[in-house]
Write a new protein. Structure first.
Length: 224
C-alpha cells in the first residue's frame, strides 16, 4: 500500500486538522498507532511541522470527510509519491558512518587484495584517491585506521560484499574464499538446540511415567 512521502509530518497535520482516529491516521501513514499517539501528545523526539496531504495531492477533503464520518473507513491515497531511484554516483552513506569508511576500506584491502579500487569505491561509496592513499599508507589519518569488517560497520550488506569478492576472484582466476566465521557459532547453536530438545523429551517421559500414580506421597489424614 502506498504511503505519504513524509509519514510523520503528514500524521502530525492530520492529528491537528482533522477528526480522524489515531488508528485511521496510523493506517494511512504506515505508522504504529503509538507513534501517532506520541505525535498527538507532543511526545515525539522533535516537534514536527505538519505536511498537508491535500495540497500534496495525496488526499482529498472528500476522502478525509468519509473517514471522519466512519471510524472503520480506511483512507485511500489519491496519488503515491514518485519513487526517485539513484542510478549513478557513489553509494550514499549516512554522516554518522562516514568516519568508519577508512576502516572498512583497510579491511577489504587486507583480506581481499583481489578486489579492485573501483569495486571498493562502489561498495563503500568513496573515492579511488582515498583508497589509493590507504593502500599506500599515505592517508592523513593512517595511524588511526584499524581494519574492520565493513558489514559489521554497516557500510554494506554481507550479500553485497560476497558478490564483489566472488566477482573479483573469478576475474583474477582464483577460488572465491568461503566465509566460515559463523561455523563455530552455528555448531554451538545446533548442539544447544539438540541438548534442549533431549532435555524436553526426558522431561516428557518422566511426566508420562508418573501418571496414574497420584497416590505416591499422599497421606490419608484419617488413617492411623
Amino acid at each position: 500500500m502506498a504511503q505519504p512521502l513524509m509519514p510523520h509530518a503528514t500524521a502530525s497535520w492530520l492529528v491537528d486538522n482533522t477528526a480522524l482516529s489515531f488508528e485511521q491516521i496510523a493506517a494511512f501513514c504506515g505508522l504504529h498507532i503509538l507513534e501517532v499517539q506520541a505525535i498527538a501528545d507532543d511526545m515525539a523526539a522533535t516537534k514536527l511541522t505538519g505536511r498537508d496531504p491535500v495540497r500534496a495531492g495525496e488526499l482529498t477533503m472528500a476522502e478525509i470527510e468519509k473517514g471522519q464520518a466512519d471510524a472503520n473507513y480506511r483512507l485511500v491515497m489519491l496519488k503515491g509519491p514518485e519513487q526517485v531511484r539513484r542510478t549513478k554516483g557513489p553509494r550514499y552513506t549516512p554522516v554518522s558512518k562516514r568516519q568508519d569508511k577508512p576502516d572498512g576500506i583497510a579491511w577489504i584491502i587486507r583480506n581481499h587484495a583481489e578486489v579492485s579500487d573501483g569495486q571498493i569505491s562502489k561498495l563503500i561509496g568513496t573515492t579511488r584517491t582515498t583508497i589509493a592513499a590507504i593502500r599506500d599508507r599515505t592517508h592523513w589519518n593512517i595511524a588511526n585506521i584499524v581494519p574492520k569488517d565493513p558489514v559489521t560497520l554497516g557500510l554494506c550488506s554481507q550479500r553485497e560484499l560476497d558478490a564483489i569478492v566472488a566477482k573479483a576472484a573469478k576475474a583474477a582466476g582464483i577460488e572465491a574464499p568461503v566465509d566460515s566465521r559463523l561455523e563455530g557459532d552455528r555448531e554451538a547453536l545446533i548442539d544447544a538446540l539438540r541438548a534442549e530438545r533431549e532435555a524436553a523429551a526426558r522431561a516428557a517421559d518422566a511426566a508420562l511415567s508418573g501418571e496414574g500414580d497420584d497416590s505416591a506421597g499422599f497421606v490419608d489424614p484419617f488413617k492411623k
